[in-house]
Design a protein. Sequence first.
Length: 444
Amino acid sequence: MYISKSFIPILKNNPSEAKIKSHQLMLRVGMIKQSSAGIYSWLPLGFKVMKKIEEIVRQEQNKIGAQEILMPTIQSSEIWKESGRYEDYGEEMLRIKDRQNREMLYGPTNEELVTDIFRSSVKSYKSLPQLLYHIQWKFRDEIRPRFGIMRCREFYMKDAYSFDISDKEAIFSYNKFFLSYLKTFKRLDLTAIPMAADTGPIGGNLSHEFIILAETGESKIYTDKRIFEVENAETKLEENSLENLRKKYEQFYSVTDDKFNKDEFESKVSEKNRLKTKGIEVGHIFYFGDKYSKAMQASVDLPGGKKDFVKMGSYGIGVSRLVGAIIEAKYDHKNEIMKWPISVAPYDVSIIPMINKNDSSALEKANQINSQFIKNGIDAIIDDTDENFSSKIKKMNLIGAPYQIILGKQIDGDLLEFKETGQEAKKINLNQIIKIIKEEKEKI
Ligand code: ATP
Ligand code: MG
């Protein structure tokens, strides 16, 4: 892709309305455009990143046996009246009336709708467990939308729901999501720590928030540093193994401010292991038993012939928020460089040829390189403009492809100036470059 032909509306300076890096960068390189307060359009660069995140989230849901569905954004108020949340949800819910004067709403979450789908078709314990998810826009009329897509009103979320016959089975489902979240964030090259959390308006008794550390985060966190050393590589998708994994995390004190208790923190965590900092909530999982199934009469036949309400959990990931969260975690402030993890990068590599009015040989070289990249499934962006060389490099440093090829005036035989964005350049040939990038992409 040539930069001159791409729809990447770059701004010369950081927009003054943006307070944190992710918001600044996303506006600066034209990843998003605000359409009204807390509502954004996603432009090609931003949309590409979000779609790659979505795909990783999807793959990790499928791996634990969750099945994808798609529920609508607009819901009827009826089911929310059944659960009792129509009033409780308050002003964050966007309420709409259709032409028949029926009360509708733009879904802020989907417990009611999915319970309604479940109860109309599943009648027996034999069909359990059921893990259903969808990836869909949500609307919450946040009182103060801020930080761009980090806290906005319309946002893209993966939400999953589990249905089980007993508490024990339901905790097994919960633990599957616990593991799948750790794996998802790892593939996004993020360290997300599971923290004991309050259940809030969703209700229930077991809950974890997945938080990534960032100074600009809105969650205050209090944790035992040793939680960062917990390993999950060997965990099998089997009941005991998953339970042990969650326990391995839970042995370390780690909470957000809702659950914080100073005495507990100081008695459980030695001074040298205490960490008080801030973070961004990228995921949240809840176990809430029969809270909705009881209110909405979602029951199944049990083995002995009796009936019981199903036990449910719900599991969210902020897919659109993750785009900003990755920037907050990865942006190099000192050198003004963004380097996307290759798993979600908008381009794998940028090619930066030095172009003069009367010399287009570097651009020709860029085209030759790109045709080899295309053959090898490598997605490159070429800066074919005649801007000066240093501003081209600055621009590519913000777009953030994880690799760069710099084609100066003189090209040294087969050897190309290649670098990992933000690192020292080295001179290697095209085959070696292709090998490096392909190997990295295979690790995703
Ligand atoms: P927060 O505490 O940040 O308001 P929440 O606890 O209300 O979030 P959940 O209901 O747990 O959110 O939603 C699941 C995920 O959706 C969150 O972990 C977060 O990543 C994302 N999310 C929630 N609200 C927003 C928002 N207003 N803008 C962008 N993403 C959001
Ligand atoms: Mg939450």
